[in-house]
Design a binder for this molecule. Structure first.
Ligand SMILES: Cc1cc2nc3c(=O)[nH]c(=O)nc-3n(C[C@H](O)[C@H](O)[C@H](O)COP(=O)(O)OP(=O)(O)OC[C@H]3O[C@@H](n4cnc5c(N)ncnc54)[C@H](O)[C@@H]3O)c2cc1C
Length: 477
């Protein structure tokens, strides 16, 4: 196992894609197998030294940033062991450090696909399970949780736990199981989770599967070393379009109609996102103030597919001539690059602005989306901040990114962020739909589940990690 103590080496592990600063660690350990992870944790636990688990560092909530102690990097746990299933849906057995991009490419060569399709393809499998990541296509396919079939986990004391989906279930809100001859009895939190996409806090439901507790745990309950993931048989070719609107309201109305047709994804971009898109791809129509990127599969024939969507577009006064349409894999991939370019470019703009970006990851029930969008609009327009609203409108889940340019702007953005969070909760929504709580959103979790809910989560953590060494600062203060 590599152990690195050189401060310049460690530096790369002290940040992620959030704006959190001030991380520090004594060393970075890079285990190459399950046994090394186990002996490393056993040792750290016996000395009560904090350990922060590091994936690829693309997280948006500061969750992999250590504030003292040791970092355990999963980057060398990167074997794609086996992908089974050629004529039907299959199972991929992979290490936690496998890049999502590599998993997807390997599946594709076998005529299969892994459904998780985030903007950021350089995340690790382990990171995406630990945050229950989702993304645009979760509208059709659901989040990562749905595809996890088995996990090999190392608990804080170094014991190895192989857990298959369906093998251990709670009775009501009580989980009982044995690992390495030790009995665990865990009382699950009593809260009701929002019925939206959700990555906020521990999963807790009556009679739930134990595996669900380890999905979305943000490195606080154990190290995921290996995973078995369901992969699907690829049957149809993709098709996508970008369509443009003269105002944002027309795009919202269009998305409501498009959602009824259950496509793969519907993504929304506001006017300032289009400014970014124009910088690189000049042919964005003049006067366009919003766009929808839309993905589906070619059903029956290209003509039949086009016909179906042309009807929907023309019903909203949009001509196919003003729409970018991709009917083959190559152009579709180009369109995905365009869609992905927007948040990437926004991230760069935020890094260069000198002030931390202030962002949200809120999802509300579908029927409340319009109210949420109007709330964003009213508050953002009068704020004079630079901002971008974009993302997964099909799931009523949009990201608001505010880019302050000074202290007073920053404070204003923080106030707005809090107002948006409160509004989301009041509408039955979540405080984090896909990025997790990490260190950046702990206060929001308290607003969602109350002090009581957070205390109940802490009891779960204490049962599995009594010395509280794992992922310090994540979820809990
Ligand atoms: C441009 C951009 C676009 C993005 N788009 C999306 C999107 O569409 N959908 C989405 O869901 N997210 C998106 N993200 C966020 C990010 O990619 C995800 O949160 C991703 O799941 C993080 O994976 P990672 O490997 O980088 O994890 P890290 O950032 O390294 O870690 C995240 C958390 O997981 C824990 N962790 C990591 N590995 C393990 C492990 N093996 N065992 C236990 N805990 C572990 C860490 O301790 C930490 O708490 C985006 C980020 C960027 C920068």
């Amino acid at each position: 196992m590599l152990i690195k103590k050189d401060p310049t080496f460690i530096q790369a592990y002290l940040e992620d894609s959030s704006s959190l600063k001030g991380g520090c660690a004594d060393e970075v350990a890079i285990p190459e197998n399950l046994e090394e992870v186990s002996s490393f944790l056993k040792n750290a636990n016996s000395k009560k030294i904090p350990v922060t688990i590091s994936g690829a560092g693309t997280g948006q909530a500061g969750a992999r940033i250590p504030y003292g102690g040791l970092v355990l990097s999963t980057e060398k746990l990167n074997a794609i062991k086996e992908i089974k299933g050629l004529d039907k849906d299959g199972i991929a057995s992979v290490g936690a450090g496998v890049l999502i991009k590599d998993l997807k490419e390997t599946c594709e060569k076998k005529g299969l696909f892994y459904t998780y399709d985030p903007t950021e393809q350089t995340a690790f499998v382990g990171g995406t399970i630990a945050t229950n990541a989702s993304g645009a296509r979760s509208f059709r396919y659901g989040p990562t949780r749905k595809y996890v079939r088995a996990l090999t986990i190392v608990l804080a004391d170094g014991s190895v736990f192989s857990l298959k989906k369906g093998s251990i279930r709670a009775t009501g809100r009580t989980l009982e199981f044995e690992v390495n001859k030790k009995n665990y009895r865990i009382k699950l939190p009593s809260y009701t989770m929002p019925r939206t996409k959700n990555s906020a806090g521990y999963y807790a439901k009556d009679d739930m599967d134990l595996i669900d507790l380890f999905i979305g745990q943000e490195g606080t309950l154990g190290v995921i070393v290996e995973a078995e993931l369901a992969v699907l048989k690829k049957t149809k070719d993709p098709f996508s379009f970008f369509t443009f609107f003269k105002d944002e309201h027309s795009a919202w109305v269009f998305s409501e109609d498009a959602r009824k047709a259950r496509p793969l994804s519907i993504e929304y971009f506001d006017q300032d996102c289009l400014t970014l898109l124009r910088e690189k791809y000049g042919n964005v129509p003049d006067g366009a103030k919003a766009a929808i990127f839309f993905e589906d599969e070619i059903i029956d024939s290209e003509d039949a597919t086009l016909d179906k969507w042309e009807k929907l577009l023309s019903g909203h006064g949009i001509s196919l001539d003003d729409t970018w349409v991709a009917m083959n894999e190559k152009t579709h991939r180009e369109f995905l690059d365009r869609r992905h370019y927007i948040p990437e470019r926004m991230g760069e703009a935020a890094k260069h602005s000198g002030f931390p970006k202030v962002s949200t990851d809120l999802a509300v029930p579908n029927e409340k989306l319009r109210e949420m969008l109007e709330f964003y609009e009213d508050n953002l327009k009068e704020s004079n901040l630079r901002y971008f609203v974009f993302g997964h409108i099909a799931n009523a889940h949009l990201h608001v990114n505010m880019l302050p340019s000074g202290d007073s702007d920053y404070n204003k953005a923080k106030r707005l962020q809090l107002a948006f969070v409160k509004k989301s909760i009041s509408l039955g929504g979540t405080v984090s739909a896909e990025h997790g709580i990490g260190k950046a959103k702990r206060e929001f979790l308290k607003l969602l589940y109350g002090e009581k809910g957070v205390k109940e989560m802490l009891e779960v953590k204490k049962a599995l990690d009594p010395n509280l060494i794992l992922g310090r600062g994540n979820i809990f203060g």
